[in-house]
Design a protein around this ligand. Structure first.
Ligand code: GLC
Length: 440
């Protein structure tokens, strides 16, 4: 008898546990009972970047939306910093047609490669605001007439320099790469006497998308084209491109640490932020972080256009991020509303003022609060609107593969495995194989 009771109890316990487990996996089954489960709450998940203050600011906007919209909770999913890693994660979600992420923060180079996974935001009200944004970015995000991402912030490469050190060594902000080289060496030699960790120039030399951006700037500023031109011609194997990439290889271990060939944005920024570099190439987000309380360079730095090569003017690579709504979302309408809120005038102003993220809404460049927080949005406006695009539209859906070939070739030159002439001769062949495009 005792044994039977014990057995009965055990079976009951098992049944209860099973119900509990099933209940966790399938919340719909218990939704009917209002005592057990919260009222219908829609959860929208935004996959977002975490470079500089990005994550914090996206979370703030998520909270603002949740507070203003009862019944909706917006979660922010932190994704890897490096473009390739983030893309790898996104591709896993797409492959599984996962509804786990509703809104994706996507790079300006991705609309062509990833369009098939996103809804057309014109079907969710984006038509009312599209004209407020820079037309070139809207065009970039439009694939076969579908708006696959609402522009969120734009980016362009800038030169950060130490005003205190230029003054100390009686130098001006460098106008050319040759000047940058010379000034970086002078300042480095002087500062090293006190600070053995000091370097002249830090930038993004790891083998990844960021190197494609940096190297495109060197090449475009030296009249060396844009790797593959918008009309589908491969131009990378030319003397001006070869010359400037060989020159950049000469910076490694002289004015830049050997380790620059493993640095992405955040690693180079760490050197700068600690006060250990005279110059840095980076995006606008580094302005806000450089002004922060924990920065060694707050108040003693400024930004300018990147130096010029042969062309006589500097070139900035066009970067930036959009918000796209997944085709696999269970709530595309609400997800689109979240994306449009985050990319709205209010959302972009907040990020511009708090984190110096460049708006894509043109009006915000005249906004006094924005200009006070980021005066260079006004003074360097031309840099932002003339930024050089990577060849992502013309090579879609193969851009990621094109860029990988390019940055690996440049990285081989930076690490001394090849000279640029050999590297670009091989690259030209590889690009022909991959794209089928002709050579100039
Ligand atoms: C920045 C740019 C993005 C670029 C990336 C490379 O995030 O906005 O367009 O691809 O840097 O690291």
């Amino acid at each position: 008898m005792l044994k039977r009771n014990w057995m009965f109890g055990f079976v009951l316990l098992l049944a209860a546990l099973t119900l509990l487990v099933v209940g966790c996996g399938e919340p719909e089954e218990v939704v009917d009972d209002p005592e057990v489960v919260e009222p219908d709450e829609v959860v929208i998940t935004v996959a977002a970047g975490a470079v500089g203050m990005e994550l914090e600011l996206t979370r703030d906007l998520a909270e603002m939306y949740s507070e203003a919209n009862e019944g909706v909770t917006v979660n922010v999913l932190d994704t890897p910093d490096m473009v390739e890693d983030r893309l790898g994660l996104y591709l896993q979600f797409f492959e599984a047609q996962s509804s786990e992420v509703d809104v994706y923060q996507i790079d300006v180079i991705w609309p062509g490669d990833l369009a098939e996974h996103f809804v057309d935001l014109y079907e969710y009200g984006a038509g009312a605001v599209a004209d407020d944004h820079f037309p070139a970015i809207v065009e970039n995000n439009t694939v076969d007439g579908r708006l696959v991402g609402i522009p969120w912030f734009t980016d362009a490469g800038l030169l950060y320099y130490r005003t205190d050190l230029l003054e100390k060594y009686e130098l001006d902000a460098p106008q050319t790469w040759d000047e940058l080289e010379e000034y970086a060496q002078i300042i480095q030699d002087g500062e090293r006497e006190e600070n053995p960790d000091f370097w002249g120039f830090v930038w993004q030399g790891n083998a990844y998308e960021g190197l494609t951006c940096d190297a495109l700037e060197w090449i475009a500023s030296n009249d060396g084209g844009t790797i593959i031109e918008p009309e589908g011609v491969i131009t990378i194997n030319n003397p001006n491109a070869i010359e400037i990439v060989d020159q950049a290889a000469g910076w490694v271990g002289t004015i830049s640490p050997e380790g620059v060939t493993t640095m992405a944005e955040e690693e180079s920024r760490a050197v700068w932020h600690a006060g250990n570099a005279a110059f840095m190439r980076n995006w606008p987000y580094a302005y806000a972080t450089s002004m922060a309380d924990d920065s060694a360079v707050a108040g003693v730095f400024d930004v300018s256009p990147l130096p010029a090569g042969k062309s006589g003017s500097g070139a900035a690579t066009l970067g930036g991020w959009q918000l796209a709504v997944s085709k696999y979302s269970e709530n595309p309408e609400i997800a689109a509303d979240v994306a449009l809120f985050m990319a709205s005038h209010e959302g972009q102003k907040y990020r511009a003022v708090e984190g110096t993220f460049n708006p894509t809404i043109m009006d915000l460049y005249d906004d006094p609060d924005v200009l006070e927080a980021a005066p260079f949005f006004g003074s360097l406006y031309d840099v932002f609107i003339n930024a050089v695009a990577r060849p992502s539209t013309v090579t879609a859906p193969q851009y990621a593969a094109v860029s990988e070939l390019f940055y690996n070739a440049v990285h081989d030159v930076l690490t001394g495995q090849k000279n640029a002439a050999d590297a670009f001769e091989e690259l030209e062949l590889d690009l022909q194989d991959l794209t089928g495009f002709p050579v100039e």
